[in-house]
Write a protein that binds this ligand. Structure first.
Ligand SMILES: O=C(O)[C@H](O)COP(=O)(O)O
Length: 253
């Protein structure tokens, strides 16, 4: 067992084709766009420049996180490290909002309902029916998830519940072994993890947004509490601007 501080790096995938179109994405397996690919490469360069070289990477089962990890690791010359993937790191399942335009949803349902669905801790959007256009009910990559665990919609609280077992059983053992761990995942699965790490309240987590493609580095003490609460963005200026942009999605157009 290695001694603390443990080194953890969180990386939200680069901009996706649906981020650019301002659509709710969730479990829909959308690819990175060109800007997102560049963000991922830049993320890797930031890691390299900071001398924060991952020994192991954990990703979701979704292309945008998988490709972000690969591009970042290639840029940092760490493409060879072991990789682990879990559906528990997937983006929040956005239910019946998947595929819908954020600005149109805001206009149709009003700010209060929109924010309740998007940022409240425990109000999920309406469920998405199996077999419909943006459902993953027939996706073979999820076939091994027991039916009662397969989400048809999720609020952030649901994401915390399904993500935490992977934190404890998949990620913490790597940290305990002294490995620098990269977690390449999604806006809301990372918000769930940050909520846990920083002990953010159910109310305050609504105000936390994570930008695409900018590594967020944590040093954790022996109890896995951050020595740098909130983490440290490797490009703080770019992060501040991008956080504002994420916050204001829906108000676009
Ligand atoms: O799934 C999505 O639409 C986004 O990647 C995260 O969206 P949010 O910031 O609106 O929760």
């Amino acid at each position: 067992m290695a001694d603390a501080p443990y080194k953890l790096i969180l990386l939200r995938h680069g901009e996706s084709e649906w981020n650019a179109k301002n659509l709710f994405t969730g479990w829909v397996d959308v690819n990175l766009n060109e800007k997102g690919e560049k963000e991922a490469v830049r993320g890797g360069e930031l890691l390299k420049d900071a001398g924060l070289l991952p020994d192991v990477v954990h990703t979701s089962l979704q292309k945008r996180a998988i490709r972000t990890a690969q591009l970042a690791l290639e840029a940092a010359d760490r493409h060879w490290i072991p990789v682990h993937r879990s559906w528990r790191l997937n983006e929040r399942h956005y239910g019946a909002l998947q595929g819908k335009d954020k600005a149109q949803t805001l206009a149709e349902f009003g700010e209060e309902q929109f924010m309740l669905w998007r940022r409240s801790y425990d109000t999920p959007p309406p469920a998405l029916a199996d077999g419909t256009e943006f459902s993953q009910s027939d996706d073979p990559r999820y076939a091994s998830i027991p039916p009662e665990l397969r989400p048809r919609t999720e609020c952030l609280k649901d994401v915390v519940v399904r993500m935490l077992p992977y934190w404890y059983d998949g990620i913490v053992p790597d940290l305990l072994a002294g490995r620098t761990v990269l977690v390449a995942a999604h806006g809301n699965s990372l918000r769930a993890l940050v909520k846990h790490l920083d002990g953010i309240s159910d109310a305050d987590i609504a105000g936390l947004n994570i930008p695409t493609g900018i590594p967020l580095s944590y040093q954790l003490d022996a109890d896995f509490k951050p020595l740098n609460p909130g983490g440290t963005y490797l490009d703080p200026e770019a992060a501040a601007a991008a956080i504002e942009a994420v916050k204001n999605q829906g108000k676009k157009k």
